[in-house]
Design a protein around this ligand. Structure first.
Ligand code: NAP
Length: 250
């Protein structure tokens, strides 16, 4: 039997990148997956997973929209009858120096990355508490823990640092309900996002600092999510798993 057989997983921001890879890997491990994103590509991600013979459902959800989140929880319950795994992955990273940053820029990043995590976690909690089972995995960043990243992502760094604190504190209140919550801090992952927000030179310079001398693959984050969502990780909660090829060690 596959590790996640019978489990139902919701992944946010799963139309591409780390989220799409996570949906595929969780499905390959036996979970029924709900592919949510504002990006229309969510439909294609879910279709491909279904073609492989697994269960998948695509739903348009903006993580800042409580109504859409509540409707997605309802649709998931109608389709699959339970929610075991939530992966808070959706994130934005528009670069801006502190000097240039407007209050709206700050608010938008905090709203998607941090408030989105809160919104989705709150929405699935009643179901997970009722089931007395849940696995929540948050995708933060080493930028929220140990790396300054060129100094042009203060809002992003603050939002991701917030996810780390959120995870630790929530772990204490969720443990009695048999719900674990953990956070992953990826380094530079080859999703197109690092290329979009850095010059070629800046990205090459950053990769040269990584002891493994390469970017990570989205699947390398996805497999870590699958582990944290599995029975093998049943005694891990409030933990931060660094997946960065050693970048934060230098
Ligand atoms: P990505 O390719 O840009 O994927 C993120 C997805 O989230 C996109 O489809 C995006 O849609 C969606 N999204 C944005 N705002 C949303 C909202 N309000 N509601 C729902 N979905 C929304 O990024 P990625 O590289 O896979 O990163 C995934 C996560 O890993 C992010 O949280 C990121 O901070 C984190 N991370 C990434 C790296 C890296 O190097 N790639 C490193 C550390 C941490 P749009 O395209 O329309 O915005």
């Amino acid at each position: 039997m596959k590790e996640l057989e019978g489990r139902v997983a919701i992944i946010t921001g799963a139309g591409r990148g780390i989220g799409a890879a996570t949906a595929r890997v969780l499905a390959e491990n036996g979970a029924k997956v709900v592919v949510t994103d504002i990006l229309p590509e969510r439909e294609e991600v879910a279709s491909k997973i279904k073609v492989e013979g697994f269960d998948a459902l695509a739903i348009k959800v903006d993580v800042t929209n409580k109504e859409e989140i509540d409707q997605a929880v309802e649709k998931t319950m109608e389709a699959f009858g339970r929610i075991d795994i939530l992966v808070n992955n959706a994130g934005i990273f528009p670069p801006s120096t502190l000097e240039e940053m407007k209050k709206e820029d700050w608010d938008k990043v905090i709203d998607v990355n941090l408030n989105g995590t809160f919104n989705w976690t709150k929405a699935v909690l009643p179901v997970m508490e009722e089931q007395k089972y849940g696995r929540i995995v948050n995708i933060a960043s080493i930028a929220g823990a140990v790396i300054g990243w060129g100094g042009n992502l203060v809002h992003y760094a603050a939002s991701k640092a917030g996810m780390l604190g959120f995870t630790r504190s929530a772990a204490l209140s969720l443990a009695p309900h048999r719900i674990t919550i953990n956070v992953i801090t990826p380094g530079i992952i080859d999703t197109g996002a690092p290329q979009a927000v850095n010059t070629k030179e800046a990205l090459e310079a950053a990769i040269s600092m990584v002891p493994m001398k390469r970017m990570g693959k989205p699947e390398e984050i996805a497999h870590t999510v699958a582990f944290l969502a599995s029975e093998s990780a049943s005694y891990i909660t409030g933990a931060c798993i660094v997946v960065d090829g050693g970048y934060s060690l230098v």
